[in-house]
Write a protein that binds this ligand. Structure first.
Ligand code: ARG
Length: 270
């Protein structure tokens, strides 16, 4: 009788142990895509200071994050059948938040770079831009070669590929890393910095709002053309596959260009 009881307890314990092992292995074996579908939300990290990709505007008196990247994020959430949650932060935190699991994706006008590819998976590119130098209109002729930047205060956004590039290839300038793009533009307008290195599409947006600004003569080689893509954790497997499929559609049928047109209708608030 006693032996039978002990056996029963042992069997019961085994059942419990194997059941719990099963359920815990289920959650750890979940793919990134399964995890997102199970929680029902897609958390997207972004830095809304980069019109037309992502920026703040006023909708019914309230600040709202809009832009072509946000429309892309919404399309992805819709196709995955989950709710979009946009998580705004400074650009230099965007990739960290994917790395530490706080966000599922980073969509922030992100350029693919060899350094970033070591740490993250990137989707297929969805847009191409080039680096340009934004200056005061009166300085348009002044900056035509890299040598013209000697000792000039050159602003870049902290944590960007432009910061890396400037430190490597424009180190004759005095590089000023600023957290917010709006801050850099204010410093340019009031003469605290002489130029900003940034993406062409973003520079054009600033010029349309600020007739006192222009793109300098100095141009950057084609290899500095950068492809915008979505970042996710390494080995994202099925998630990357799904996102690449959506990007294929959105790029091929011109939807991303429509997103850009849509974004241009909003006024940027800083
Ligand atoms: N091309 C740059 C990068 O990937 C700039 C992106 C800045 N994005 C932003 N939302 N402020 O590093």
């Amino acid at each position: 009788m006693k032996l039978k009881n002990t056996l029963l307890v042992a069997v019961a314990l085994l059942v419990i142990l194997s059941l719990s092992a099963c359920s815990s292995s289920k959650s750890t074996n979940q793919t990134p895509l399964e995890k997102i579908k199970e929680k029902g939300t897609l958390v997207v990290a972004t830095s809304p200071d980069y019109a037309p990709f992502e920026f703040q505007t006023l909708v019914d008196g309230k600040n709202k994050v809009v832009g072509s990247d946000i429309l892309l994020a919404q399309q992805i959430a819709d196709e995955l059948g989950v709710t979009l949650e946009v998580s705004s932060m400074n650009f230099d935190n965007v990739l960290n938040s994917v790395q530490n699991g706080k966000a599922d994706l980073a969509i922030a006008g992100l350029s693919v770079s060899p350094e970033r590819l070591k740490v993250f998976d990137f989707s297929k590119p969805y847009y191409q831009v080039g680096n340009v130098l934004l200056v005061q209109k009166s300085d348009v002729e002044k900056y035509a070669t890299v040598a013209d930047l000697d000792k000039a205060d050159l602003a870049v956004q902290k944590g960007t590929t432009q910061e890396t590039y400037a430190k490597e290839s424009l180190s004759n300038a005095n590089i000023v890393s600023l957290v917010q793009m709006g801050e850099a533009v204010n410093e340019l307008k009031n003469g605290q910095v002489k130029a900003i290195l940034l993406d062409s599409a973003v520079a054009e947006g600033y010029i349309s709002q600020n007739p006192d600004l222009a793109i300098a003569k100095l141009s950057f080689e084609a290899e500095e053309e950068n492809a915008k893509a979505i970042a996710m954790t390494k080995d994202s497997g099925d998630l990357k596959k799904e996102i690449d499929k959506i990007i294929d559609e959105v790029v091929k049928n011109g939807t991303y260009n429509q997103y850009l047109e849509e974004a241009a209708k909003y006024t940027v608030v800083e």
